[in-house]
Design a protein around this ligand. Structure first.
Ligand SMILES: CCCCCCC[C@@H](O)CC(=O)SCCNC(=O)CCNC(=O)[C@H](O)C(C)(C)COP(=O)(O)OP(=O)(O)OC[C@H]1O[C@@H](n2cnc3c(N)ncnc32)[C@H](O)[C@@H]1OP(=O)(O)O
Length: 602
């Protein structure tokens, strides 16, 4: 097609219609009445092979007519389009003679005449007519699809591809008659996007005992501690799930809900994201297996300068739709700050400072070099914890431990010290991850009891670095589980232990600050020395050499150890004579005195 063919056709149809309308419009306006009919074509509406110029010009008339209709409406000037299929000089030689005969213009002219009549209120319409038939054409639009999640998202080709069916689904299409109508729907969608920070996403997590036991191993539970068998054996009479396991469904939901575009103008990549803080709270009876449905939403995005803090709330519902669990995940996106957002928020659950005194109890456990490799099997497959090159991109010499693994270790240890391993006493926990932990490092958990709240801080022993701070576990009640019958041998020492147990029950707070008790039995002839160790946290009594059992099982601070001695021998003399060996500082029964003074026999 030559340019001349293109231009000539446009001159005739578009320019010709424009010029005649332009000439008539002021007269129509003055008289307060006018009817304009633009003559389009099916070749324009639907296209026709070989008629690019004609089709474009004829469709151009539709656009012209729509605007004239809008501009003329208030002066009673209507403009419509007729789309005839007509037998004319142009079509005479291309239509079969029978059809040509039935496409007489006379069969269409009455439709045009009616559109011109003053009684006809039609305006801005497209009427197709031929062979004694007429029908209205209109422009319809599908409901369409949103191609981004927030106003700061980019639209990618992949997102378009993924939404294509929805974009093209005309089953709920709506007729569009004005640009305002069309953009109105877009504005609504845009408002939705602006509020997207508050929008929820939903994820379902299905789990059984295997998931919970794998998790328990991941956070250091071990059959070496008989009390922890309940977390590792589904047929155990007290089979139980570590409370921090219920962070997993929330984290799966967090990972499913992208946070990459929550900061205006920036994209957060996984390499930048550290777990900053976490909060978990039990709100109802949580199932030991089954399905939890978790709704997550980003509740605030804070600008910390060096980084951005993204706070995500996650609420989990059981299969009956009951809200049973709440998590709040605070992520710290390194180098994503300085975007002009608020520094402090209102929705983040705050950490709590530790009490200003020495810890009541400290317990220590070494993590395995494979700790992250094991923990990640519970769901968080972030390569930061396993892939040395990914860790290097994030600025670490080697993969670091999941923050939630360190938290799982710590809470398990808190439960062992203050809840007698009874997970059902747990109600809530909050912690901030202040420094990374490397798999293989030893964790020491310092704990302080304030009523039913156990404050704790976790320290990487090798580097003496605080790794979790401002943390606490809330318990329904603090439990110091005492054995029904102490396992120590002699009647005399049984009596002493039973006495201590009774006193501890009366005064658990004081017992906590003491931590543990050693009982030495030294015979008068100094030939026999026996030792029992009682862990007041666990209520357990061990028999054995002070240097072996005592040091491995009673992991309270040295100065909290109390010595009791039977007979008149000063036990310190016995140590000096090499009859007893013990490491650490030794204090005679000073701290136990308040507990013991009531017992005259002792
Ligand atoms: C969808 C994806 C979800 C992904 C979820 C997570 C997936 C997991 O796989 C990832 C992990 O488990 S990562 C491992 C665990 N986390 C860590 O090791 C982080 C340890 N913390 C740090 O290194 C620093 O605190 C650090 C680097 C976080 C901050 O240190 P600095 O930049 O030096 O910050 P600082 O100068 O101390 O403080 C600046 C402001 O930031 C606040 N802040 C500091 N640490 C924070 C933390 N951990 N969490 C939240 N906010 C924190 C400070 O309070 C300060 O703000 P303000 O002045 O307003 O108080």
């Amino acid at each position: 097609m030559t340019d001349q063919d293109w231009d000539l056709i446009h001159q005739v149809h578009v320019k010709g219609s424009f010029k005649t309308s332009q000439a008539a419009f002021p007269i129509f306006k003055k008289q307060g009445y006018g009817r304009i009919i633009m003559t389009s074509s099916v070749a324009g509406l639907y296209g026709n092979f070989g008629q690019a110029n004609y089709s474009a010009a004829k469709m151009g008339l539709v656009g012209l007519s729509h605007t004239v209709a809008k501009e003329g409406a208030k002066y009673n000037i209507h403009c419509n389009v007729i789309v005839p299929t007509a037998g004319s000089r142009l079509t005479e030689d291309i239509l079969p003679p029978d059809l040509f005969a039935e496409l007489r213009p006379e069969l269409i002219a009455p439709v045009v005449a009616f559109l011109c009549h003053e009684s006809c209120q039609e305006n801005g319409s497209i009427i197709e007519s031929a062979a004694g038939w007429a029908g209205k054409c209109a422009i319809f639009r599908s409901n369409g699809a949103l191609l981004r999640s927030t106003v700061v998202d980019d639209v990618t080709v992949e997102k378009v591809r993924d939404k294509w069916d929805q974009i093209c689904d005309l089953s709920n299409a709506k007729r569009m008659t004005s640009a305002q109508e069309s953009t109105g729907a877009l504005m609504e969608a845009l408002e939705g996007l602006k509020n997207k920070v508050e929008e929820e996403t939903v994820d379902t997590y299905e789990f059984g005992s295997k998931d919970a036991m794998l998790y328990a191993l991941g956070v250091g539970a071990s059959v070496a501690n008989p009390q922890e068998l309940q977390y590792l054996y589904e047929y155990h009479e007290n089979y139980n799930i570590l409370p921090t396991f219920y962070i997993i469904p929330a984290m799966q939901a967090v990972f499913a809900s992208s946070i990459e575009n929550v900061i205006p103008g920036k994209t957060i990549s996984l390499e930048q994201v550290l777990h900053g803080e976490h909060y978990i709270e039990f709100l109802g009876e949580i199932p030991l297996e089954g399905k939890l449905t978790t709704k997550t939403k980003v509740v605030e995005v804070l600008d910390k300068g060096t980084g951005a803090v993204v706070v995500i709330d996650a609420e989990s519902y059981d299969e009956n739709g009951q809200l049973v669990l709440r998590n709040q995940c605070v992520t710290f996106a390194v180098k994503a700050g300085n975007f002009g957002g608020p520094r402090t928020g209102t929705k983040t659950i705050s950490c709590q400072p530790k009490p200003n005194r020495n810890p009541d109890v400290s317990l220590t456990q070494k993590t395995s070099i494979d700790q992250a490799a094991l923990y990640r099997l519970s769901g968080d497959r972030n390569p930061l914890h396993i892939d040395p090159s990914f860790a290097a991109v994030s600025g670490y010499d080697r993969p670091i431990l999941h923050g939630l693994c360190t938290l799982g270790f710590s809470v398990r240890i808190v439960l062992s010290a203050f809840a007698g391993h009874n997970a059902s006493l747990f109600t809530a926990c909050k912690a901030r991850f202040v420094k990374p932990v490397l798999p293989g490092q030893t964790l020491r958990v310092d704990m302080w009891r304030e009523d039913n709240r156990i404050h704790f801080e976790t320290i990487a022993v090798e580097t003496n670095t605080v790794v979790i701070a401002g943390a606490y576990v809330d318990l329904k009640s603090v439990s110091i589980t005492m054995p029904s019958k102490p396992s120590s041998q002699s009647l005399k020492s049984d009596a002493i232990f039973e006495f201590i147990i009774e006193e501890v029950k009366k005064n658990p707070q004081k017992a906590k600050s003491i931590g543990g008790v050693f009982l030495y039995k030294i015979t008068k002839d100094k030939k026999e020395a026996k030792c029992w160790t009682m862990d007041l946290n666990k209520g357990e009594v061990y028999e054995g050499e002070p240097t072996s059992k005592a040091n491995t099982t009673l992991t309270v601070a040295d100065e909290d150890f109390i010595l009791l001695a039977e007979g008149k021998l000063n036990p310190q003399q016995a140590f000096m004579k090499g009859k007893l060996k013990i490491t650490g500082n030794i204090m005679l029964a000073q701290k136990l005195q308040p507990l013991l003074k009531a017992n005259a026999k002792l």
